[in-house]
Design a protein around this ligand. Sequence first.
Ligand code: NAP
Ligand code: FE
Length: 369
Amino acid sequence: MRMMYGYQMPTQLIIGAGCIEKTKEQLKNYGTQAYIITGKHASKKNGSLEDVKKALESQKINYHLFDEVEANPSLETLQKAVDQVKNEKIDFIIGIGGGSPIDAAKGIAVLLASPNLCSTTLIGGEAKGHLPVVAVPTTAGTGTEVTQYAIVTDHKDKTKKNIGHRVFPSLAYLDATYMMGMAHELTQSTAVDAMSHLVESYLNKKSNSLSEAYVQQGLQLFGECIASLLDGRYTYEIREKLLLASTLGGMAIAQTGTSLPHGMGYSLTYHKGVLHGLANGVLYNAYLDCFKDQTKVDKIVQWMGLESREHLRGLLQKLCPSEGITLTEEELERYSLDIYSNKAKTSNHPEEVTKEMLEAIYRKSLKII
Ligand code: NAP
Ligand code: FE
């Protein structure tokens, strides 16, 4: 029986250098009082925060600023941001930064619209909708500007989780200018995150004709950036291609979700502090090797413009060095059990997932001590 599927991507995108300044009157559609959510430093250095502030001032929109979002934001940070504006009437949220501030912005948008919820009840609680979110990505990896997901750290359960409330940004500004000064290592890791969204969407039970169109185009763009990702030289055109590949990856996983490497990488990020993209990427060769339908893996190689699976293997090894990430036997067992019981991820894998298979992926990818 053929699968039934739906399609939703309600985010308005405005793309190109200087796009905030050029279309700043759009912001008036969302109200007269904004809450800007960002990380500690990057948005001040790359000009994105300044551009947003100027645009708001020109439109006579008041704003408050919370600039304390850490990488892999915790539920406690979301609550702190909410508490800071508890006496204000906020109309909309602007998330500026990598996936962390934008995901935090989504969680804050739910909490501000749902006074019945707080950080400890956000996941699993009933929300009363969310405030509109405007996203300004300054990394090219997560695609969160076009997804309904918001990934937060739950210290109580010692892992990362999706908040479970659907928050598609209403508007996203895609300006690759903000990525021009990004360090090579972060560029590689975030690009691998984008690639892993595209691949996990395709090697997914829910993959369909529409999501596959994004995957094909996204992997082609990623393929055109491989030389730069290896030698560390990034022109504006390359930065924009990486950003579009990331957004296409987001559009694809918005339809299908991610799969095993994302679920498995969360433990490496939470317990070992490994960057999100790298945490997925180090597992990739073993994941692709155990994927049953190798004709799909061949398609990925072809769409990236690579000659063979061996070329992809070498590329992943270079982009995702695993030296320095070690697991004990006890950690291996515990992390494998965590992902084995994460049905949201294992159910997206088209074959039956066994605990042995997950253990084997960790074992083949990392040094076990
Ligand atoms: P991030 O955690 O947002 O940021 C990582 C670092 O990059 C921070 O130190 C940040 O600095 C810095 N940074 C941001 N923009 C920069 C720029 N233009 N130049 C230089 N440095 C910059 O990284 P991310 O990889 O974008 O996001 C990862 C998070 O997104 C994870 O929590 C992951 O689980 C989540 N995620 C979400 C989705 C989704 O659909 N919602 C999908 C995949 C991943 P500051 O701290 O100073 O800002
Ligand atoms: Fe990701």
